[in-house]
Design a protein around this ligand. Sequence first.
Ligand SMILES: [Zn+2]
Length: 249
Amino acid sequence: MMKRLAQTFAALILFIVSIPGNSTEQAEPIRLQYLGHAAFLITTSSGTRILTDPAEFKGYKMPSGIEADFVTISHEHIDHNNTSSLASDFTSLSGCLPGNQKFNYIDTTLNGVHIYNVASYHDPGHHGLNSIFILEIEGIRIAHLGDIGTELSKDQVSEIGAIDILLIPVGGKFTIPLDVADSIVSQLCDGSIIVPMHYRTEEFDSLPHSAEDFLRGKDDVVRTHQTEMMISPLSFERKNIYCKMEYKD
Ligand SMILES: [Zn+2]
């Protein structure tokens, strides 16, 4: 078991590989950095930087001087939409209009990255809006679920499609409970990398569940102890791998 996990981790940090069936081009890996809470910085092989749900919230801080080309914002709450530390010009892609009363539908291709969103809700009573972002980067499909608070309908599942990297909130209270997180994984993932986010930490301790609560009892868990991973098409196995990343101030 240990050997298999070690091999899995080695595969996850594997660097240069080629996309199967495309022998003329080398596929550089995508870099995925965890910036805490629901914030990730994704850098494509050509250097395009996409920042998701930036937070300057409780103990979480963005790295100083952080730069991004595009910022996706799942909804207009203060733990998801703080772009004040960005040191670059960027295009903001907000899934909800200011005031969070209406969805803002996005379907665009920027620097070769296809970005679109799927409407969802922050809570089962559908009081608050939330936007799921899907990024298609060099054949890899990433979904950031934002603060989803409901199960996924069949229509949402088909709009989202099969996902290679799932960024999923697991802390509960303001987002889906753990059993719904598990069912969303089974709806969207098959041979995917699942990265928990938006959970209880020292930085933000008022959520009921830690990442470990979500991971408990699961096979194929990798605790990377790293703030970043390099992911290439060959990083994916025939099974789901749960990857817990680290946040460091
Ligand atoms: Zn939140």
